[in-house]
Design a protein around this ligand. Sequence first.
Ligand SMILES: Cc1cc2nc3c(=O)[nH]c(=O)nc-3n(C[C@H](O)[C@H](O)[C@H](O)COP(=O)(O)OP(=O)(O)OC[C@H]3O[C@@H](n4cnc5c(N)ncnc54)[C@H](O)[C@@H]3O)c2cc1C
Length: 413
Amino acid sequence: MTAHTAVRDEYDICIVGGGMVGASMALALAPGRASIALIEAVAPQSDDQPSYDQRGLALSLSSRRILEHLDVWDSVSLAAHPIRRVHVSRQGRFGRVQLDARMLGLDALGHVVLARCLGEALFQALRGRASVDLVCPGRVRDAASGAEGVRLEVDTGDGLRQMRCRLMVVADGTHSSVRGLLGMGTQVRDYRQTALVGIVTPVRHHQDTAYERFAPGGPLALLPMADGHCVAVVCVANAALAEWSALDDDGFLARLDVAWGRRFGGFTRAGPRRSYPLQLMRADAQRGDRVVLLGNAAHTIHPNGAQGFNLGVRDVAGLAEQLNRALREGDDPGDRRVLDAYLHARRADQGRVIGFSDLIATLYSSGWSAASLVGGAGMLLTSMVPPLRRALLLHGTGLYGRQPAWVRGAVTP
Ligand SMILES: Cc1cc2nc3c(=O)[nH]c(=O)nc-3n(C[C@H](O)[C@H](O)[C@H](O)COP(=O)(O)OP(=O)(O)OC[C@H]3O[C@@H](n4cnc5c(N)ncnc54)[C@H](O)[C@@H]3O)c2cc1C
């Protein structure tokens, strides 16, 4: 990864956005033949970095396999905690589903890691990759694409740079300004919910279990971390946000205790909470002329199943598969057929993950009694029918269906 001053005028591939998806994409292409620029507006170690904050992420087994291929898993794993079991319940209702990694013959279903630690590992791995120039700070101010190529105008803080490339990967997040500059539209469903995320310490140890609970206000999750701490994710209706935000630490922990039905014997410590407005956003098209949208810029989903990055990094693996093959064979990486082959291969997984997450989010925001009835029937069925439990496990681990080569492993559906 070379310094800002070495930036060239022309690249094979420009990746806009060095968040967790864009940085993974740069690493996935780094061993290939392409010259790559990774253009990121905010330095990874800055407190203002929007992708690498203190949010706890549940990384699925599929993400672990991809990060292993990118040579970052060893450093991520130092800061990661295993999820050996998943426990799903409903507030104030009987019935629950328990899933165990051993049902698939696995040691862990996934791992929990702070986004900041993932960012450090990704940027550490990018260092020394001669094929990748990091343009940071670099904010894309203008972009235009056509059959001949892509033209970008990048604000580097000490002036505007003109750059050209054969393919632009747009990974600048949900509110992607580059997607807007290219005139690519979106469809948005506002869930009218906000996620509050912070670290808490339950009195009873989490036993390496990830807990998810459906409550009238929105879903809650507790993700296991080292030393008995947990990442708490509380999704609250926007109408109740002011009330939740005004709570001091003791008030917040008392609310959590009630919401979890005192399952954990109370909570002793709460770290600062950050809030994230929740929506479903899908780009009308993920491909333009020599352009492909990736990660949150292509699709942003509700965090109820902890699948956003897991899906995004499987897209990274799928796109890298097509681009590396095209580059090896001397083909143009911006060719429409290359990008269409990627989208075709990824359609089913994207549809499944986005559809499932939206179904749960819509069901539970449309009325507690209807959701409780349908959710209860679903849980009862899932707890009683082993193939359904296995399908749910494979969905959660990201191994369901046809997946990129980096994901395929010993366990197949
Ligand atoms: C509360 C919450 C909990 C979540 N939990 C999980 C979980 O447990 N598991 C999971 O898999 N996913 C989870 N997700 C989803 C996950 O956070 C996202 O999928 C992920 O952040 C998407 O990464 P990204 O790189 O596409 O976008 P972003 O993280 O938004 O990164 C975009 C990057 O682009 C840069 N940028 C923006 N504009 C420009 C520009 N013009 N020029 C240059 N750079 C630019 C930004 O500085 C930023 O670094 C969660 C999300 C939320 C909100």
